[in-house]
Design a protein. Structure first.
Ligand code: NAP
Length: 290
């Protein structure tokens, strides 16, 4: 069996603040064991105002690639010499690497969400949201990363709501041309619409505060699905809120694994099998909660 943690193995990391909670080192270790790739992958805490320096130091240490999480996705986007189309639209980067032309960046959050929704909803794996009406809550780094891939996954109409309306307006404006190209009706809403959406994606950080969102009756309702990007051993507050309203609800652990798989593919040229890794993570979360 390949030693996937040898000191000579290529070094990867995830940068964030905070970062100790991150499951990314575990996910990449499981992918590496599955595919026989030798690598080291560590969680790195960077000062809130010191991401660029931390990334430089990591590169000098021999780092060859990194994931980037809250609050550094926008900093990473600014630093990249080349960005994928997804990263450019998102103006946020969660995956970086270096080559002869310097630092490149991509954003795998959106493809991660769409793949997880395809698993959960069934249907066409590339267009699992064909014809649906979607309410997207939030306009931060995560919402920025997923809006473009939601549009290209065939969503018919998207209502975008954010606590700070200006951020939602800016995000929608950036995606206007893509939405028009795909025939998606993209609207910013002052209030989440009632009795409207087939699916609701919560890309706010509200669940981190331990509370659900203040939503009028009928926004979440029986017969629709709801997806919280946050995940945990127990139901997140939003998942609990959606289930109480009669919706089918899931957390974002599957997206976490899928976005990591896409980063892994970009770095190593090989797509890992995500299903067993998701099962391990889910089981480990349950054990940790006991
Ligand atoms: P972010 O850039 O800090 O943005 C936070 C967003 O949440 C903003 O839209 C903010 O609104 C909103 N918000 C925060 N507290 C709120 C509250 N109490 N009520 C209503 N809205 C609130 O964070 P992010 O990177 O977008 O991350 C958002 C969530 O997604 C986090 O829970 C993160 O863990 C999760 N996430 C999961 C995955 C995954 O793979 N599963 C990937 C990425 C992110 P304002 O603009 O008004 O401040």
């Amino acid at each position: 069996m390949t030693d996937t943690t040898s000191r000579a193995a290529p070094l990867y990391a995830v940068f964030g603040n905070p970062i100790s909670h991150s499951r990314s080192p575990r996910i990449h270790a499981l992918f590496a064991a599955q595919t026989g790739v030798a690598l080291r992958y560590e969680a790195r805490l960077a000062p809130v105002d010191g991401f660029a320096e931390a990334l430089d130091a990591f590169r000098a240490e021999g780092g060859v690639g990194a994931n980037v999480t809250v609050p550094f996705k926008f900093d990473a986007w600014r630093l990249c010499k080349r960005r994928s189309a997804a990263a450019q639209l998102a103006q946020a980067v969660n995956t970086v690497g270096w080559d002869e032309a310097g630092l490149w960046g991509d954003n795998t959050d959106g493809i991660g969400l769409v793949r997880d929704l395809a698993r959960l909803l069934g249907g066409d794996p590339h267009r699992p949201l064909e014809g649906r009406r979607l309410l997207l809550l939030g306009a931060g780094g995560a919402a920025s990363g997923i809006l473009g891939p939601l549009i290209t996954a065939g969503v018919r109409a998207i209502a975008l709501w954010n606590r700070t309306g200006d951020r939602a307006q800016a995000l929608a404006a950036r995606h206007g041309a893509l939405a028009a190209q795909h025939g998606t009706d993209l609207q910013v809403v002052a209030e989440p619409p009632r009795q409207w959406a087939d699916g609701v994606v919560n890309a706010t950080a509200a669940s981190l505060g331990g509370a659900g969102l203040e939503l009028a009756e009928g926004v979440l309702r029986p017969g629709i699905w709801a997806y919280d990007l946050m995940y945990g051993a127990q139901d997140t507050p939003f998942v609990a809120q959606a289930r109480a309203a009669g919706a089918t609800a899931w957390d974002g652990l599957g997206m976490l694994v899928e976005q990591a798989a896409q980063s892994y593919t970009l770095w190593h040229g090989e797509a890992p099998d995500t299903a067993p890794v998701l099962a391990v993570l889910r089981a480990e979360l349950a054990i940790a909660a006991d």
